[in-house]
Design a protein around this ligand. Sequence first.
Ligand code: S3P
Length: 174
Amino acid sequence: MNILLIGFMGCGKTSLGKKLAKKMDLKFIDLDKIIEESEQLSIPELFNSKGENYFRQLEMEWLSNFEGEGYVISFGGGTPCFNANMGIINLLGTSVYLQMNSRLLTDRLFHSKQKRPLIEKFKNDKPRLILEIEKLLKSRETFYKKANVIFEASNMSSAKLDLLVELLKNKTSR
Ligand code: S3P
């Protein structure tokens, strides 16, 4: 079995994924990291030098060739929204949409030090940032909502994490 984590930029896929993998005794991988390592470039460098389409191609190729079992995989915020990716994600295991409202996402992204090419130019203009995030989230939620589990991911406490673990154990043991 695999657990596939999807959701908007900044919703906590990577940090939650690491904790989830530890608690469920699964291996953790992060697609952005895999792409950065294989290309020897950071995501912003990759977008700059080769463009977004090239990055989307890499995401799709990786997904189409993945065959492992026993993983928690966190994807980039856009991965499920391009090509037939969401369909492939759902074939690989239990997908979880970490849902968070646009206001909280904006706060988190506004304070994040990580560079994200799609929102970098609005980064210092919070009213503009929230508008962009609302727009992007609205168009992406159609894909995210195809996940097997929709989990409200704000205020993640350890009790809330345990709840998610139990829910996923029940789902995957059936
Ligand atoms: C993207 C999200 C990023 C990264 C890239 C594109 C997106 O990952 O894949 O910058 O299209 O939403 P995070 O969701 O981990 O920030």
